[in-house]
Every structure is written in structure tokens, then in C-alpha cells.
Design a protein around this ligand. Structure first.
Ligand code: SAM
Length: 275
């Protein structure tokens, strides 16, 4: 049987957050490719037209807010900003770097019900969800967010995509973005800290079908031990069509889509579907 560590076990502690940040600095396409950084500014003109002022920005799973910072540079600053992540020091760093008249940072676990303060935030709200759906089960997460969205709210979400037509073959091409030294250091430390302790083993990377959606490709780092296997890390690489089917199933409606030229990353601007 293959068991799975929750994504929070890789990010929640400040020490693991710092190791993840090393991975991000060494390997992130966002830092390496200007076209990906431009992608995060592309929705700004449309949002400037559509989003009523004053608005609240809610940055979910924002880490230190680097992507939100690029977007908000091109927009009027929000009246209120709420940054939320399982790693509170990262959420605080995001709150301090992003422009806003009023700001707060929270520790939030996005795998559970969203906190009640969320529904009381002044609208309209721009919710950002960058780089989170690769790690957390996308459809339940989008459904939880969709339930609290009001008619003038917008959700801007990003997905790391499987390049090309075949999810599994396309994802194998980008495996070196994951199977590298800084990622191993981060994940091996997460295994060492995990409780109950995992037995002695080794970390192996590969591409597998998602257990909940067989046509969806996942990069996995598995901990192989004599007594069993654990999925330590999983990153989903959907096709654009798969992202759009989650959007519809979560009762959301696509307003616009922005894709990077290589087809490895995409942004979707969505709103609550009309009843
Ligand atoms: C791959 S990183 C993306 C960070 C940033 N948004 C970006 O795109 O660069 C995933 C983020 O989700 C956060 N995260 C992971 N599991 C979470 C959970 N259960 N609840 C809330 N945040 C979580 C991590 O702390 C991390 O900041």
C-alpha cells in the first residue's frame, strides 16, 4: 500500500519553509523565465476594468507573495489585504511586501473548511491561488472557494501544466525540474521530521497517474522502504482542458485564460457561475 504525506508536512515548519525557498530560488521557472513572470501581470488590465473599487485581496497559499506582488504592481492597491498560508512566517512576509491600506496575515489550512472570517471580508474580493492546486486536491479546494464567492468576486488561479497533448508524456519531459539536489534536501528533511517516523529508505522521483483521476499526471517523490512506500511529494500537471473541467465542476465560470508560450503554466480568471 502507498501512503501519502499531507502537503502541509512539507511547508508548515519555518525550517522546511526555508528549504522550500532554496528549491524555489534554484529551480523555479518563475525566476528563470521572464515570460512566466510576465504571465502574472497579464490579467491586470482586465481586472482593472472588471473589479469594482475599493476591493479586498485574499492571497491563498501565497508563500512570500512574489507572484501577487507582480500582479498588484499593475493594479490599484487593495483597500484590505489578507495573506493566508499554512506557513505563517511566509504569509507575514507576503503581507509586509504587498501594497494595501490595511493588511493581515493568517495561518490557514486549505484542506479544511475555510475560516469564518473569510465570508465577512468586505467585497468585492480578488482571491489569488497561485501554485497551490499542484499540491492540494484541486476539485475539493475549488469547491470550498467557490462556495464563499459572491457575484462580483474574482478568483485568479494558476496551474503548472503538462506541456504537449499527452499529460503523462509531457510531464516526463519536465521531471528534471523536480529531481534535483535542492528538492532532495528539502524532501529528505521533511521525511526526517515527519511523525510517526518513516523507516529507513530512499527517495525516488517519477511520473504517475493521480489516484483520484487516472488521466491526470502527477510528479511524485516516493519514499521507498522495505516495509512500504510513501508519497512524500506530489505535483499535479493537468492539461488546460482538465483545469477547465475542474472550474466547471466547482460551479465557477471562466472569464479569461492566460498561457505561457511553452504551455507549462497557465492562469485562469474565474467568477462564481450564475445560478
Ligand atoms: C508550491 S508553493 C506555491 C507558493 C506561491 N504561491 C508560489 O506560487 O510561488 C505551495 C504553497 O502552498 C502552501 N500550502 C501547502 N499546503 C497548504 C495547506 N494545506 N494550506 C494552506 N497552504 C498550504 C505552502 O506553504 C506554499 O506556500
Amino acid at each position: 500500500m502507498t501512503r501519502e504525506l499531507p502537503a502541509s508536512a512539507l511547508y508548515e515548519s519555518p525550517a522546511l519553509g526555508r528549504l522550500w525557498k532554496n528549491v524555489y530560488q534554484a529551480c523555479s521557472p518563475f525566476l528563470q523565465r521572464p515570460s512566466i513572470r510576465r504571465l502574472y501581470q497579464q490579467p491586470a488590465p482586465l481586472l482593472r476594468k472588471k473589479l469594482r473599487l475599493p476591493y479586498t485581496c485574499v492571497a491563498l497559499g501565497c508563500a512570500d507573495g512574489a507572484k501577487e506582488s507582480l500582479l498588484l504592481e499593475k493594479m490599484s492597491p487593495p483597500a484590505c489585504l489578507w495573506t493566508a498560508d499554512i506557513n505563517l512566517p511566509l504569509a507575514r512576509r507576503a503581507a509586509s511586501r504587498l501594497p494595501a491600506q490595511k493588511r493581515s496575515a493568517y495561518r490557514v489550512d486549505l484542506t479544511t473548511r475555510l475560516p469564518s472570517w473569510f465570508t465577512r471580508l468586505p467585497g468585492p474580493r480578488l482571491i489569488t491561488l497561485f501554485g497551490v492546486i499542484p499540491n492540494l486536491d484541486p476539485l475539493p479546494l475549488l469547491r470550498r472557494i467557490s462556495r464563499i464567492m459572491l457575484p462580483n468576486d474574482y478568483l485568479l488561479l494558476s496551474a503548472n501544466l503538462a506541456p504537449g497533448r499527452s499529460g503523462l508524456a509531457g510531464t516526463r519531459r519536465i521531471l528534471p525540474q523536480y529531481d534535483n539536489e535542492p528538492t532532495r534536501v528539502w524532501l529528505e528533511e521533511a521525511v526526517r521530521r515527519y511523525r510517526p517516523s518513516l523507516p529507513t529508505g530512499k527517495l525516488v522521483f517519477g511520473v504517475f497517474p493521480d489516484p483520484r483521476q487516472k488521466s491526470l499526471a502527477r510528479v511524485e517523490a516516493r519514499w521507498l522502504a522495505r516495509t512500504g512506500n510513501w508519497v512524500v511529494f506530489a505535483s499535479r500537471r493537468p492539461t488546460s482542458l482538465q483545469v477547465e473541467s475542474w472550474i466547471r465542476l466547482a460551479h465557477l465560470e471562466r472569464v479569461a485564460r492566460f498561457l505561457d508560450p511553452r504551455g507549462e503554466e497557465g492562469l485562469w480568471l474565474v467568477t462564481a457561475a450564475k445560478a
